[in-house]
Design a protein around this ligand. Structure first.
Ligand code: AMP
Length: 360
């Protein structure tokens, strides 16, 4: 089976690493000449709106999937005329826009921070009066890793904030005094079968995910599965979906969804029976889903900007290195390490060793 992937970054690369043993071949469409997935398949170097090359992709593959959600809606609609596309155009439309996403949470009865649509500074002033401070202003689309957002703490932060984010459509969210951030990675097959990985506890550094630790029997697992299941069914979703929550007052508030494999699920490569990448491919290909059970205790640490020397990473017991083959650049995700240990104590010792390597 030949799989087309829109985007050729590390998520596409890890997808191909998981799918190759299943006999799958990969074609990546990505404008970047150095797209790091190109080592694992054919690379069509073209813009996401380039219909001639999209048609070439559609003709070559059995189905198309995505490694990021900010794909233009026209691209998805165009491809869908010629080849099956998973997840659906509708799932991408909702997930790429924070207003649609949060409105869906509200409709489905999933708790989420207070929010308002912002089309102008006057909208912002009115929303701040209604929601109060602190609050977070976010662009509706294209935000990631803390980009495209601004925390408003005092009234001076509000003046000019809409222009600061580029005078593009935004939402204002009430600031959530969370005690933790967790994500649930789920997979849903073409037949509607759904499986969930254990909840993951996430820690960010300067808006970028730094550490994910897979939980064991988390008290909020069942609640998270209930919320995520509602979204999967509403979207008739096919593939892996990541759902990020704030932990607050012993419950959960929905932050956002990503209609794709997700950084907080990378630990599943070594830490689960079947990884998020393999399960995504199984789902979109209409194959039986794999077990999402954990294999021991597991954590993932991102390498941002640079990857420490290989021998130093591999000297740490239970440590698995993933080097994305990308040029090192400040603020860029260039690799990660997964620790898989028999018990929590050993896992925590390993986390400290990796953190020492990256100066944290
Ligand atoms: P996001 O891009 O929406 O995932 O936001 C990036 C990070 O900003 C989150 O992981 C949180 O740490 C923080 N954040 C986002 N929205 C809120 C909020 N409404 N209240 C408090 N912190 C937030």
């Amino acid at each position: 089976m030949k799989i087309g992937v829109i985007g050729g970054g590390q998520l596409g690369r890890m997808m191909a690493l998981a799918g190759t043993p299943l006999g799958m071949d990969f074609v990546f469409l990505d404008p970047a000449p150095d797209a790091c997935a190109r080592a694992l398949g054919e690379h069509i170097r073209a813009d996401y709106g380039d219909q001639e090359h999209l048609r070439q992709l559609a003709d070559e593959v059995d189905l198309v999937t995505f490694e990021f959600e900010s794909v233009p809606a026209e691209t998805v609609a165009f491809l869908s005329q010629f080849v099956p596309v998973y997840p659906s155009a509708e799932a991408l439309r909702i997930a790429r826009d924070r207003w649609f996403e949060k409105s869906m949470f509200r409709e489905l009865g999933i708790p989420t921070p207070e929010f308002a649509d912002i089309q102008s500074q006057a909208d912002l002033d009115a929303a701040v009066a209604a929601i109060g401070l602190p609050a977070v202003l976010k662009t509706r689309t294209l935000g990631y890793d803390g980009k495209g957002q601004k925390v408003l703490r005092k009234s001076e932060d509000v003046a000019g904030a809409f222009a600061e984010l580029g005078s593009v459509p935004c939402i204002l969210e009430g600031f959530v005094p969370f005690t933790g951030e967790v994500s649930l990675i789920a997979v849903r097959g073409r037949d509607g079968e759904t499986r969930f990985y254990p909840l993951v506890h996430n820690t960010h550094d300067s808006g970028i995910l730094a550490l994910s630790v897979a939980s064991t029997a988390h008290p909020l697992q069942a609640l998270a599965e209930d919320y995520v299941g509602r979204v999967l069914d509403r979207l008739d979703y096919v593939g892996v979906l990541a759902f990020e929550f704030f932990e607050v007052d012993g419950g959960l508030k929905a932050n956002e969804i990503a209609p794709r494999v997700h950084n907080s699920g990378h630990w599943t490569i070594e830490g689960a029976e079947c990884s998020q990448f393999e399960n995504h491919l199984r789902a979109v290909a209409g194959l039986p889903l794999g077990s999402t059970a954990k294999v021991g205790e597991s954590a993932m640490l991102n390498f941002i900007g640079e990857v420490p020397p290989t021998e130093q990473v591999l000297r740490i017991a239970d440590c698995h290195l993933h080097h994305y083959g990308k040029a090192f650049k400040s603020g860029r995700k260039v690799g990660h390490a997964t620790l898989r240990s028999a018990d929590r104590k050993t896992l925590e010792a390993g986390i400290e060793k990796v953190q020492a390597l990256i100066g944290k």
